[in-house]
Design a protein around this ligand. Structure first.
Ligand code: KG4
Ligand code: ZN
Length: 356
């Protein structure tokens, strides 16, 4: 029998992505159009701008993915599209496009939960059996969950305020890192990782968030506040204008990155102990999957690897291109759901439906 093929479409944030993936996890064709450079210039995502850019690019991105795969739309088994969570205006573009596409070609539609897709991506790259622990950290999310099945997640913790990537981006902006010659093309998180390598993390001491809280939730707003206060103080001491490069940027970057890493590692450690105490992970060699844009940070990976080594877990991290948003992960989530027959809407059903 011919392998089933799924077209995946992603527009939840600032990447317009599409891909055709088969049941074996082979990527037949993909296309990705990032808006990151536009948003870097405006100092953050403006939803209406993101929507406009998705509208301008969605047709081409899907066409490219299909052309590169050499697959005729008629050959597709289903179309999978992110329906939540994300920016409503951005999500709407992918959903509207998909609604027309599945109607035109008479295809089943699979609504995708963006976080489920992030969590399952690793299974496209290598065999990882359920259940496994997953830590997702990006500019938009921060969560710890046990993946028990394709559509069965036990949420252990989430951020109470902002996501770690968002915090790093805001700190980077406050430090004017885009003015730094080495950092002009980098995201905030990447800039901080780069400068932190040159800094001394001990020169500034930030408190690791939620030291007294007995759960697996995250908080980053307090840390951002601590960092901002430090920057203001240093600017006053050095007598420089706000937003002017400070002599100690590298040290602040290093201390910020270190504190984020400590917080993530401590929460992951709690989650591992909780899972062990409650028999939520296999006794053999359980796995922690680390993904999302922030997971490409080597210092943070190292911190988590110390935790997994001491607790006997295996740490798996998809390569950077699969950690960030793309159409491939949505298509693969579609494959997983198609195989299990879960949440697949037959042709000509109203696709405004959202999965639980
Ligand atoms: O997954 P992603 O591309 O988009 C979403 O937010 O969904 O993640 C982007 C975030 C940004 O906040 C960026 O600053 C952060 O991931 N990031 C990093 C690194 N690379 C990207 N944070 C820390 N270290 C990095 N190397
Ligand atoms: Zn994402």
């Amino acid at each position: 029998a011919l392998s089933r093929l799924v077209l995946g479409i992603e527009t939840s944030c600032d990447e317009t992505g599409a891909a055709v993936v088969d049941e074996a996890g082979e990527i037949l064709g993909e296309s990705l159009c990032s808006q990151k450079d536009v948003h870097l210039r405006t100092g953050g995502i403006i939803p209406t701008v993101a929507q406009q850019l998705h509208r301008e690019n969605i047709e081409r991105v899907v066409r490219e993915a299909l052309e590169r795969s050499g697959v005729d739309p008629g050959r597709l088994s289903a179309v999978a599209t992110t329906v939540k969570p994300g920016l409503a205006l951005s999500l709407g573009v992918g959903l509207e496009f998909s609604r027309r596409f599945v109607r035109q070609h008479g295809k089943p539609f699979i609504p995708i939960h963006h976080m489920e897709a992030h969590a399952l991506t690793i299974r496209m790259l290598q065999p990882v059996a359920f259940p496994f622990l997953v830590l997702l950290v990006s500019g938009g999310h921060s969560l710890l969950a046990v993946a028990r099945g394709v559509d069965d997640f036990l949420l252990l913790g989430h951020t109470l305020d902002e996501a770690p990537g968002d915090t790093l981006d805001k700190v980077a902006r406050r430090l004017s890192l885009t003015k730094h010659p080495q950092c002009s093309e980098l995201s905030g998180g990447q800039a901080i990782e780069l400068l932190a390598k040159l800094g001394d993390r001990r020169r500034f001491k930030f408190t690791t968030p939620m030291g007294q809280t007995h759960d697996c939730c995250f908080s980053f707003a307090g840390l951002r506040n601590q960092v901002t206060m430090t920057i203001l103080k240093k600017e006053a001491e050095e007598g420089v204008k706000q937003g002017t490069l400070l002599s100690c940027v590298n040290d602040i970057a290093a201390a910020t990155q270190h504190t984020v890493a400590c917080h993530l590692a401590k929460r992951a450690h709690r989650a591992i102990l909780f899972c062990k105490a409650n028999g939520l992970l296999p006794s053999g060699s359980p796995t922690l999957v680390l993904s999302g844009g922030v997971a490409s940070n080597q210092y943070i990976r190292k911190a988590l690897s110390i935790i997994t080594e001491t607790t006997g877990l295996q740490l798996l991290c998809p390569p950077a291109k699969f950690c960030t948003d793309n159409g491939v992960m949505i298509a693969w989530n579609g494959v997983e759901r198609l195989r299990e027959g879960r949440g697949v809407l037959p042709p000509h059903v109203d696709v405004s439906y959202e999965p639980k």
